[in-house]
Design a binder for this molecule. Structure first.
Ligand SMILES: *Cc1c(COP(=O)(O)O)cnc(C)c1O
Length: 335
C-alpha cells in the first residue's frame, strides 16, 4: 500500500497473505475455450478463513489504534463475517459481541458453532440481521465502562474496503510473477466492501480485468441500496487515495441473474456448482455465497458470452463452515 494509505489506515495482521493463486487445470480442460484460475481467500487462515479477514485487518487495526476493548458487529446466524470477527477478537484479546438474526437454535452448527467456540458473546435479534440494534447496544456497553468499537454489517465501510484495495495489488503482483493476464474476475458480492475495494485497488495498481460480481442477497436490490453504498465507498476512497476524478460516479457492475431464490436458499444452481468444483478440483464451496457466484461463472463459461480465449479468475471468498450447516440440502447432492 502507498505510504499515505498506510498512515490513514493502520493495519494489524490476522491472516496468511498472499493467498494462493493457481490454475484449475481440470476446469481449463473442461472449458477448452478458456483457462480458469482461482484466488484462494478461503485459505486466509482465520478460523477456517474467508474474505472478511482482509477487511478485519484494517477494522481491528483501527479499533486497536482507538484503544477499544470490545468489538460489536452483526449478521445472520451463519455469518462468516461474525465468525472471523470473533476469531480476530480472540487473537487480539478483545471482547466480542455478535448480534445475530433469528431465534436461538437448539444446537449450534457451522459458523454459529465456531463463533461460540471462539468465545463471542452471542445475542439473538429476531428479525434484524444487519446491525439495526448496534447503536443502542453500544450505549449500554459504554455505560458499563467498556470502550466499544462498531464493525459495520459485513465489515463494509471504507476502512474494511482497504483490505481489498491491498488485495488488488497482491493479485497484480502474482499475475506478474506468473506472467498471466486475467480477463474476467468472478466473485460473490453482498455487503459491498470487497467489490468497492477491488475497484479502487485495480485503479490504484493498474490491474485491468472485467469485474463480474454476482449479487447474492436480493434484498440489497431495493432502491439499488448496494450499488449506492459501493458508489459512495468508491468516491470517498478515490478522494482519500488521491485517485483521479473522485467526484465522477463510477460505472458499477453487479450481476443480478442468480439471486432470485433469496439469501441463504440453496437451489440446484448452488449444488451444481459445489459438485463441479469439488469433483474436478477437490475444492469446497459454500452454498450461500461462493457456490452462487461460481454458478454464475459456470453459466458464462458455457455460454460464448465471454471474449474468445479469455482467462477467467474465480475469487474464492471462503464460507466453508456454512457448508457444514446446510446438511439437509447438501445430502441430496447426487453424482
Ligand atoms: C461476506 C462474504 C462475501 C461478500 O463480500 P462482501 O464484501 O460482503 O460483498 C462473499 N463470500 C463470502 C463467503 C462471504 O462471507
Amino acid at each position: 500500500m502507498p505510504q499515505s494509505a498506510k498512515q490513514q489506515w493502520p493495519k494489524t495482521n490476522l491472516g496468511f497473505f498472499p493467498t494462493p493463486f493457481h490454475e484449475l487445470p481440470n476446469l481449463s480442460a473442461l472449458y477448452p475455450e478458456n483457462r480458469v484460475f482461482i484466488k484462494r481467500d478461503d485459505l486466509t487462515g482465520l478460523a477456517t478463513g474467508g474474505n472478511k479477514t482482509r477487511k478485519l485487518e484494517y477494522l481491528i487495526g483501527d479499533a486497536l489504534t482507538r484503544g477499544a476493548n470490545t468489538i460489536i458487529t452483526a449478521g445472520a446466524q451463519q455469518s462468516n463475517h461474525c465468525r472471523q470477527t470473533a476469531a480476530a477478537c480472540a487473537m487480539k484479546g478483545l471482547k466480542c459481541h455478535l448480534l445475530l438474526g433469528g431465534q436461538e437454535p437448539e444446537t449450534y452448527t457451522g459458523n454459529l458453532l465456531l463463533s461460540h467456540l471462539l468465545g463471542a458473546n452471542i445475542h439473538f435479534t429476531g428479525e434484524n440481521r444487519k446491525g439495526e440494534g448496534i447503536q443502542a447496544f453500544m450505549d449500554k456497553l459504554r455505560q458499563a465502562g467498556d470502550n466499544p468499537y462498531e464493525v459495520p454489517y459485513g465489515g463494509s465501510n471504507l476502512t474494511g474496503a482497504m483490505g481489498f484495495v491491498e488485495a488488488a495489488g497482491e493479485l497484480q503482483l502474482q499475475l506478474k510473477e506468473h506472467d498471466i493476464r486475467i480477463d474476467y474476475i468472478f466473485f460473490a458480492s453482498s455487503s459491498g466492501a470487497m467489490q468497492a475495494g477491488l475497484m479502487l485497488g485495480m485503479e490504484l495498481y493498474g490491474l485491468e480485468a472485467v469485474l463480474m460480481p454476482i449479487n447474492i442477497d436480493k434484498e440489497e436490490l431495493a432502491d439499488h441500496k448496494l450499488e449506492n453504498h459501493m458508489q459512495a465507498l468508491c468516491q470517498e476512497g478515490k478522494a482519500r487515495l488521491a485517485l483521479k476524478d473522485p467526484d465522477k460516479p463510477v460505472t458499477m457492475p453487479l450481476i443480478h441473474d442468480f439471486d432470485k431464490a433469496g439469501y441463504g436458499v440453496v437451489t440446484e444452481n448452488e449444488t451444481d456448482a459445489i459438485r463441479q468444483l469439488a469433483r474436478h478440483e477437490g475444492i469446497i464451496l459454500d452454498p450461500v455465497y461462493t457456490a452462487r457466484a461460481y454458478y454464475g461463472m459456470m453459466h458464462y463459461l458455457g455460454s460464448g458470452l465471454l471474449k474468445k480465449q479469455a482467462n477467467v479468475l474465480f475469487w474464492h471468498t471462503g464460507g466453508i463452515p456454512a457448508t457444514l450447516h446446510y446438511t439437509e440440502d447438501l445430502t441430496r447432492l447426487q453424482a
